[in-house]
Write a protein that binds this ligand. Structure first.
Ligand code: HEC
Length: 194
């Protein structure tokens, strides 16, 4: 082993050292992040998506995985992000809307569908028993997002200099004229004493 090492050229030794060092950095970083993740009393990021499942919602959560909705969607840590992420779906859509969508997507989506339509890859979803579509709809409607979560309509409460800066730098003038700032609603509510 030592003889082989001595036979290596200086450049090869340096290269070998760099590879070992990079490997060490990757492993060490991974291990410390995992350690912090498990041992820190505070979560690394605030958790802004919540769920508190009813009995039907729990059944729907199982169906979501056993029917492989996860092949295309993701929710509470299961599945892929190849199409829509359904975490926080309950803050965007009502249970009624989701159930109607699952039963007849072409009619209820409000836009041409890419996968759920009658001749498309996920056409089978509309053919599931009504009870299963109902349970799936209940499950998805119970995935809610707090303010400030990526799926929530409203941004985090209070002033955010980060959002102000992003608006100043990125929002074109036409947006400022054409759209109202949703955060002003907070201001109005405060002024009305609500
Ligand atoms: C082949 C991929 C695929 C599979 C499998 C699939 N979906 Fe979808 N889903 C999509 C796509 C793409 C959309 C967007 C609408 C469209 O283009 O069809 C969507 C939209 C949705 C929406 C509407 C989201 C919104 O707010 O606009 C719901 C709800 C939904 N899917 C639930 C399900 C459930 C439940 C299953 C399993 C029973 C499932 N999907 C299986 C691809 C898929």
């Amino acid at each position: 082993m030592w003889k082989k090492w001595k036979r290596l050229r200086t450049g090869e030794k340096v290269l070998f050292g760099i590879v070992i060092f990079l490997g060490f950095v990757v492993v060490q970083n991974f291990a410390s992040l995992e350690w912090i993740g498990y041992h820190s009393p505070k979560p690394m990021y605030p958790i802004l998506t919540h769920f508190d499942f009813s009995a039907d919602g729990k059944k729907g959560s199982v169906l979501f995985r056993t029917h492989w909705c996860t092949e295309c969607h993701r929710a509470i840590g299961n599945g892929t992000s190849s199409v829509l992420d359904l975490d926080g779906e309950g803050s965007r859509r009502s249970e009624k809307w989701i159930e109607a969508f699952l039963a007849d997507p072409a009619k209820n989506y409000g836009a041409p569908t890419f996968d759920h339509g009658p001749t498309q890859d996920a056409a089978w979803v509309a053919k599931l028993p009504a009870q299963e579509r109902h349970d799936l709809a209940v499950f998805l409607s119970e995935l809610t997002a707090d303010r400030g979560a990526p799926d929530a309509k409203m941004p985090p409460q209070g002033k955010s200099s980060f959002i102000d800066d992003m608006l100043r730098v990125w929002a074109p003038e036409s947006w400022r004229i054409g759209f109202s700032d949703i955060r002003n609603k907070d201001e109005e509510q405060r002024n009305n004493g609500q």
